[in-house]
Design a protein around this ligand. Sequence first.
Ligand code: TXA
Ligand code: MG
Length: 314
Amino acid sequence: MRIVKPDAEGLRRAVEVLRAESVVAFPTETVYGLGANAFSAKAVGEIYRLKNRPSWNPLIVHVANVAAARDLAETWPDTANELAAQFWPGPLTLVVPRARHLTGVGAGNDTIAIRIPAHEVALRLLEASGLALAAPSANRSESISPTTAEHVLRSLPDVPLVLDGGPASWGIESTVLDLTGAIPRLLRPGALPLRALRDVAGSIDLPDEGPSDGAVRSSPGMSRRHYAPRATLVLVKDVRDVERDPSVGVLTYETADVEGAEILSADPREYAADLYAALHRLDDAGVAKIVVQEPPQTEDWLAVRDRLSRAAAQ
Ligand code: TXA
Ligand code: MG
């Protein structure tokens, strides 16, 4: 079995695989990550190969504590200290100038993205291995992030080992914040809401909403099509107007009552927690098209709207 319980034996096996410069999928509070020793070019190369990830897209490095994070940074801004004190361990990734001794994970950038995950299994793995773990979401490039161990194997059947930590509690990726400029800049909306960030970091520069593939790609992974199910995803104002057909799946939330639809919560955090699992279920049902009720235009729904609009991009 490649899906293993995260008990002492499971962790021992995972550490062994990591020390042998291979990769291990592990749970975090956001989504499952595909982890490798951040200082091993061989192991990091294995991440890119398994995911079919373009080499220009840099990786997030996961560490067990703030001292380990600072060690990967050339400079550590005061704002990073304040944000780390408030939100780590947790679903916030900080982009800071990269320490020169760390190569390979940054895809040639002079910055590095770092976070301390808030999942007991992830923290135990970091501590038991003594490694900094580069870990993107454990899915094929451009497809839906995994929120369970089974999702990982379905997307990446060749992963040698998956630590099973149950369903991810946030179910959506971390918020990525760039601290290399004068004002913190949002690179990817995610689990941690902007409101919480502003309380600590003050004002935050926002990217224009909606997918774009401009020449300047500040967060390289934010390409237009991403997070996509196999089926074609279409966003609509009202799913009740959609003509029903067995090849069409419908995803909505509590306000619209549609027979046979996947109905998620009208609370943005609960909706996000179930979104990827619902898209996986619709894909498993074999529908050719998924029609999704557009979520509200409010800031609380920013991360969900971002993922849905990318999933819908052709
Ligand atoms: O919640 C998460 O962040 C999950 C879990 C496993 O930690 N990881 C994750 O990794 O979503 P990934 O690789 O799927 O997405 C990382 C995002 C990408 O958009 C990538 O381009 C961006 O972070 N990123 C990584 N390093 C960066 C850097 N140095 N500068 C700017 N963006 C960076
Ligand atoms: Mg990803």
